[in-house]
Each structure stands twice: as C-alpha cells, then as structure tokens.
Design a protein around this ligand. Sequence first.
Ligand code: FDA
Length: 393
Amino acid sequence: MLEVDVVIVGAGASGLMCAIEAGKRKRRVFVLEAANKPGKKILMSGGGRCNFTNYTVEAEHYLSENAHFCKSALSRYTQWDFLELIHQYNIPYHEREHGQLFCNETARDILNLLLSECDKVDVDIQLNADIQAIHKRSESGFKVKTRSQEILCQSLVIATGGLSIPKMGATPFAYKVAEQFGIKVQPTRAGLVPFTLHVEDKAKYAALSGLALPAVISNERQSFTENLLFTHRGLSGPVALQMSSYWREGEELAINLLPGLDLQQQLLQAKKEKIKLKVKNYLTQFLAKRLVSIFLQEELLEICLSDLSHKQIETIAEQFNNWKIKPNGTEGYRTAEVTLGGVDCHAVSSKTLQANQVAGLYFVGEALDISGWLGGYNFQWAWASGWCAGQTV
Ligand code: FDA
C-alpha cells in the first residue's frame, strides 16, 4: 500500500498546476492519469498553439450558476502570474485579437513547462491509471483503489475535466465522485461548439461551406462580434462557438452579416440619389457573390438601387443586417471545446477549492461548473483553480 500526502486525479492543465504548487510545499504528490500521456488537451488546444491565457481576464468571461465563484481564484493567480512562468521558460508567444495569447511555435512548450516544474518538485505521474474506487477513511483522508494498487492520501484532488472530446479520454469521473459524496452536479451540455442546421437550411446554405466573414450574433442575453464560418454541417467560427455557450435549444439567433453598415440607411440614400447600380453589384462590394445570390431572390438582385421600393429596401436590409436562423442543435461533446455545468460551485470553497462538506476533497478546472469564453479563459481558470488548491492540499 502506497501512502502519499496528495493524490491528484487527472494530469491535465489544472491537475498539473495543482501538483506543482503542492510539490513546492514539499507535499508528496501522486498524479493518476487515465490516458497514456499527460496533457493531451493542452497539445491539441488553440490549433496546436495553445491559447494559454488572455491579457484581460474578468468574471464576466465565465459562465456558472454561481457567477461570483471564479473571482477569488482568478484574482489570486492571474494571467500575469502565468506569463511570468512563460517568460522564465523563454517561451515565444504572440497576441491575437481580443488579448488572446498563443505560443509562437507549439502547445508542447506549455506542456513541457508544466512537466519540467513537476519534475523539479518530484511529482510522480502514473499513466494508464484505472481508478476503481475511492473511500473516505474514518480517521482522515482517502483510500484510492486502482486496478494494480491502493493509495492512501490526506487530500484528494479531482482534476478530470469535463465531457468534451470523449475520443481524447474525457470521462464523467468528477461528477460521479461528486455524487458519491452527496455533492450536487449542475446539468451539463456542450459549449464552444459549432451549430448544426435543420435539413432545409443545411441544403440551402451548403454552397457557402468554407466561407468566413465578420458577423455579430445575438440572442436576447448576449451578443458577440467575430468571424463566422459556414461549414457543411452548419455555422462555426469564433462568433458561433462563443454564442453556443449562451444558446438554448429551439432558440432563434439574429445575425448581422454586415457589422458597422446600416444597409437600410445606405439603400434609402442610394434611392434618393437615384443611383443606377444593380442590387447585386452593390452588395457584392461587401459580401461574397455566392452568399448574396443565396440570400436574395434573383428578381431583387437585378433591380437598380434607384428603383427599389421601401418594402424591398426593408427586406434586403433585414436579410443581411438581421438574418434570423434557428439552429437544429450543436455538434455536441464530439467537437465541443468545453463542458458547461459540472460540479456545483456552491458546494466548494472559492478560495481553496475544497468541498465544503468533505474535508480533504478538492475539485479544480473544468470539472467544476465554470466555463470560460473562447480566448484563453478556460486555461486561465485551470491554472488559477489548480494553483489555489495547490496552496492548501
Ligand atoms: P483537462 O481535460 O485538461 O484534463 C483532464 C485530465 O483528466 C485528462 O488528462 C484526462 O485524460 C484525465 N482523466 C479523465 N478521466 C479520468 C479518470 N477517470 N481517471 C484518471 N484521469 C482521468 N482553452 C483555452 O483556454 N485555450 C485554448 O486554446 C483551448 N483550446 C481547446 C481546444 C480543444 C480542441 C479543446 C477540446 C479544448 C480547448 N480548450 C482551450 C479548453 C481547455 O483545453 C480545457 O478547458 C482545459 O484543458 C481544462 O483543464 P482541466 O485540467 O480541467 O481538464
């Protein structure tokens, strides 16, 4: 029987950060990872370049049933703290729009940094671990049973992430542990995920597959401005992924395909000035030809701006400035970047990440009901929550 101070389940972003911090405090740390390699999601993140944090991190960039929960950890371990590590390791990085920070070369730089820090403080990482049971011991601490051994520990940290990308080894392990100890789990669903369209819409917009353009997507609660990408399944691109986290089944979205251009005003002005330009020639100054011809009927496209009726102007403006579309659904966990919902934050200390009613049990990272926007916010949450738990475990 092995006896350690801390067992961390999951060698992802939050688990490795927690291991490093606990190791620095001279705690004997044992990490159990189900996959054959640590940090697989880090490696695939940000298109292989890992958007590891953001210059601006605020509570409003996160979704949770407990909106204030993330504030404590995010203020104790900030993006500047993580950047200090990046600078220590001389990892080249760059800023993209909205303050997003990416590696210049490869996401492996981030994983190597974490593994090297783990090494410095003698963290043990066991891969291919198969946890069969967890028992709370009557005195204190836990017994963790894997297929090959039993491990006693004082603190147990659940850092197994959410349900997104099951092919990468995502499991509902955290939710099961929470339930075992009577901790509520907020309903989960896929977030930061492309929309799929109903059959008729899919057929109608199929020819636009591959087309990207700036757009504003809104529903009654949120609005995002970024690039929209038409795919052969539906709508993707950063703006669609962001909105997916705020979308509810059956809800209609309003999409402005010409942000910053008030088409109704422009067309009224053109009519007043008696401009002899066909609608199609006017619109293709701003939009791809194939998009314009799918969105408007042939007879409208051929009319000169000077001859448009007020009703026609309204129709055209509505079509591009306020395109209404009701997605069929999303691509689900198969391609989602995050899982919305998870272990209820009301049941966990926002400062230490320890379960309020179960001494020694901690939840960190995406396993909790905290999901960030696209833009490095999910990793910043993983670093911050892992760091905070690492100070106490
Ligand atoms: P994470 O999922 O990283 O780690 C959990 C670990 O637990 C995994 O190693 C898993 O194998 C292991 N595990 C699961 N079940 C287990 C069990 N039963 N026993 C033992 N181990 C188990 N975020 C961001 O900020 N910037 C970005 O660029 C991206 N890009 C991105 C791309 C893609 C394709 C995805 C899917 C996700 C992103 N994300 C992102 C989100 C980000 O990857 C995610 O929020 C963090 O990795 C969450 O960190 P965790 O440590 O909580 O879980």
